[in-house]
Design a binder for this molecule. Structure first.
Ligand code: C5P
Length: 233
């Protein structure tokens, strides 16, 4: 059974300021995505890495592969309009067997702890899927219509029932491809693989995540990330 990382890295990073997509911003003279890729290159549970990216991202990725000696990075494929399209492009070019595991991970989660990755792959080997989640720790409020103008009517969800969904999201290649094809045939777009798999009727098993595995999304996240990697080579 092969275990292949699929890294969507074709986002424009519109929620952070700057000209370069956030995954290519430099920290200690290294692109954010090089930290992400390092985790997969160094992991004993990962056999191969495929990245989906667009435009100048291809050239940057080729340069990172050379510089960092990323021997597991076998394919750089075109990204798509949505995250789902980028992942699907990678799946189509992956050339895997039905039972091989596809480990989808956001380029923008650059501090994935190796033990979170190893635990999720072990869960997927045992149960057929793994969704890395973090249990909610804060009190969770919600507004029926999501409208701040109605915030006087805040309600609450029992936080023991709330899981914050991260990546990696790990599925059998054949099942994931089938679920994607079904979503496309119905013109449906999900925000991640787990929603696509659940919609197709597959069980999705939770594996413990980490606060360090946050998605670097806003300018504030960039500041937090830069502090966490300060001094790293
Ligand atoms: O935009 P967001 O932070 O949710 O993106 C999650 C991941 O999906 C990022 O690593 C981003 O580069 C990637 N993505 C992509 N193709 C898109 C949009 C996002 O590969 N069209």
């Amino acid at each position: 059974m092969r275990v292949v990382a699929i890294i969507p890295a074709a986002g424009s990073g519109s929620r952070v300021s700057g000209d370069v997509p956030k995954q290519f911003i430099l920290f200690n003279n290294r692109e954010m995505i090089s930290y992400t890729l390092e985790v997969f290159q160094n992991s004993e549970v990962i056999d191969e890495i495929i990245v989906a990216t667009s435009g100048q991202g291809r050239d940057i990725l080729h340069a990172i592969k050379e510089r960092d000696g990323l021997t597991k990075l076998t394919k750089i494929v075109d990204g798509g309009l949505e995250r789902q399209d980028s992942v699907y492009n990678a799946l189509k070019e992956a050339n895997l067997a039905f039972d091989d595991l596809a480990v989808v991970h956001d380029a923008a989660r650059a501090l994935l702890p190796p033990e979170v990755l190893a635990r999720a792959v072990a869960t997927a080997k045992e149960k057929g899927s793994a969704l890395v989640c973090q249990k909610a720790r804060d009190t969770i409020g919600f507004l029926e219509n999501g409208d701040l103008a109605e915030s006087g009517n805040l309600s609450y969800i029992d936080r023991n029932k709330v899981y914050l969904v991260q990546t990696p999201q790990i599925f059998r290649y054949g099942e994931l491809t089938e679920a994607f094809e079904r979503a496309y045939s119905e013109g449906w777009y999900g925000t991640d693989e787990s929603t696509i798999m659940r919609r197709a009727g597959y069980p999705v098993f939770i594996s413990d995540g980490s606060a360090l595995n946050f998605k670097i999304t806003t300018d504030e996240d960039l500041v937090i990330f830069s502090k966490l990697v300060a001094g790293r080579v």
